[in-house]
Design a binder for this molecule. Structure first.
Ligand SMILES: [Zn+2]
Length: 137
């Protein structure tokens, strides 16, 4: 199995409702986003997916988030723009854009600081849709 990962940063402000403490106050981060794709077969050029293509897609998604007050963006007007929800949003947007038969988005990680990250991945998503049965294995 091959994995290809790209990374990009963006600046944004947010506040998190209902969690208590100073995160409920308006503040900003230099978020770092990592997107990992996965697939079994390389193309004739010996690559899984072109880095430039992934970067183009991530740039398009970042345009809606970079230098924005996230709580007022369409993506997060009804949900807290936590690192977890940002990771899930980018995962879904990237999955929509990446229309290659043999390559899928495996995981999106959002670093809120150099010491704190949250991720959303296809494995935990499928486990959740199965009712968490895999937890007993
Ligand atoms: Zn924050």
């Amino acid at each position: 199995m091959f994995e290809v990962t790209i990374k990009k940063s963006f600046c944004a402000a947010h506040l998190l409702n209902n969690i208590g403490g100073y995160c409920e106050h308006l503040h900003g981060h230099n978020f770092i986003v990592e997107v990992t794709t996965i697939g079994e077969e390389l193309n004739s050029a010996g690559i899984l997916v072109d880095f430039r293509e992934l970067k183009k897609f991530l740039d398009e998604i970042m345009d809606a988030l970079d230098h924005k007050y996230l709580n007022e963006t369409p993506a997060f007007c009804d949900t807290n723009p936590s690192a977890e929800n940002i990771a899930k949003y980018i995962y879904e947007q990237m999955s929509n854009k990446l229309q290659l038969a043999d390559v899928s988005v495996k995981k999106v990680t959002v670093w809120e600081s150099e010491n704190a990250k949250a991720s959303f991945d296809s494995v935990s998503k499928s486990k959740m849709s199965q009712g968490g049965e895999d937890r007993t294995v």
